[in-house]
Design a protein around this ligand. Sequence first.
Ligand code: NAI
Ligand code: MG
Length: 359
Amino acid sequence: TETQTFRIASIPADGVGAEVVAAGHSVLDALESASGGAYRFAWEEFPWGCGYYTKTGKMIADDGPEQLESFDAIYFGAVGWPTVPDHISLWGLRLRLCQGFDQWANVRPVNFLPGITSPLRKADSTDLDWVVVRENSEGEYAGFGGRNFAGRDGRGQIATQSAVFTEVGCDRIMRFAFELARTRAHKKVSSVTKSNAQQYGMVLWDEVFADVSRDYPDVETESVLVDAMSAKFVLRPEDLSVVVASNLNADILSDLGSALAGSLGLAASANLNPERRYPSMFEPVHGSAPDIAGQGICNPIGAIGSAALMLDHLGLHDEAKRVQRAIEATCAQGVLTRDVGGDASTETVTGAVIDNLAG
Ligand code: NAI
Ligand code: MG
């Protein structure tokens, strides 16, 4: 039989990005070796990020997106370093790729892993899990706005930052959330809104949610204000299954979710172009963590979990499950990095995940 080849572009970028991308890469290497030639991953690494910016004045090569376009997937670390303003590094690389490749759905599962203590006192059950579906192409991160009177003395400057909500954008992310809910045991979609205060964009969001929900009578729904939802994450997490939210709201809620699951270092994410016209991008939720970078102690689980989401996207569903089970086994064995109460290195945790792939 023929070997199936998947072309993967890796962009480690900055800080712990390089450490966690190396971890995920070695897990996929191990899978490949064990596959008996059924499939292989052809990797190409790209040097973009803040170091590249210092040398060239650019976060990514001018033809970077064209270079990436033919890949089956992009495996991303994290971007950002104190030497470059965060809005330049984030917009120049991550948001440029997400928007350029129309990766409009950002899927961020929140799982309670065995062996990890949640700061939630009541979260002792292993069956608490939900997925944040983040609108990833517009909303508060559409990049609409401007600044005026920058040269003025005193306090004369003006800045506007508008949120953009389109019917098409709301409709597609909500349908995506409902389809995902149908694949889960708990068939429910919670929409996160703020239509009491944001009377244009969020009211359109609510109306589209009501419309779309009529096409999914088998799926339970609720609409919750974002402030109330942040409380609900803490107080009634067992009530949640799929949570659909705008770009900013979901960004905040998914960090909260991963902290509740035990650490930001555990959380995985997929930036999907569901039509598959462009490559999708897989990355941990966390940033470049300059405070612990270069020490070999960062948690690789979020990045390895993101590699599992990438396997699913590539159609390697059994392999994705194997990686997820190996993550759970590793945590259950107590092989943990410092952020989740252990003292294992990034390399030790990665090695344990690889050993557990066989089990
Ligand atoms: P951060 O996620 O890098 O760090 C927040 C806290 O979580 C830190 O205490 C850090 O040590 C810890 N942490 C993060 N990842 C960890 C891991 N794998 N293992 C153990 N602990 C971990 O967020 P922060 O500090 O707000 O931002 C740092 C830089 O990262 C900034 O330049 C920011 O713009 C960028 N950033 C990039 C993102 C991306 O590329 N997708 C996402 C978030 C932030
Ligand atoms: Mg974030």
